[in-house]
Design a binder for this molecule. Structure first.
Ligand SMILES: [Zn+2]
Length: 96
């Protein structure tokens, strides 16, 4: 695997993230999950770290792509951001 393979993989992940967001907006959450899972597999295969936004706005339990106000709630609490998926899963991140 060379550098250009990784560049292509990075671009593919970015595109899948975009498609997942669009799918949620179009009320196709299952399609969004497929894109999320595919992006995770691409990252794994190429040993890439998923983009910051991807990690924050995907649910670790149900693989939903999270769009606040649509299928997720975002709250700020004591220096943390708490993202809650419609499935009930919470994720806490340091505020930045
Ligand atoms: Zn979830």
């Amino acid at each position: 695997m060379d550098a250009s393979d990784r560049t292509i993989a990075t671009e593919r992940i970015r595109r899948l993230q975009e498609l997942a967001r669009e799918a949620v907006r179009a009320d196709r959450p299952d399609r969004a999950r497929r894109y999320v899972r595919l992006a995770r597999r691409v990252a794994e295969r190429h040993r890439l770290t998923l983009p910051h936004r991807f990690r924050r706005f995907t649910c670790d339990r149900c693989d939903a792509y999270l769009v606040p106000g649509r299928n997720a709630r975002v709250r700020t609490r004591e220096g943390h951001v708490v993202v809650t998926c419609d499935c009930g899963e919470h994720a806490r991140y340091p505020y930045d």
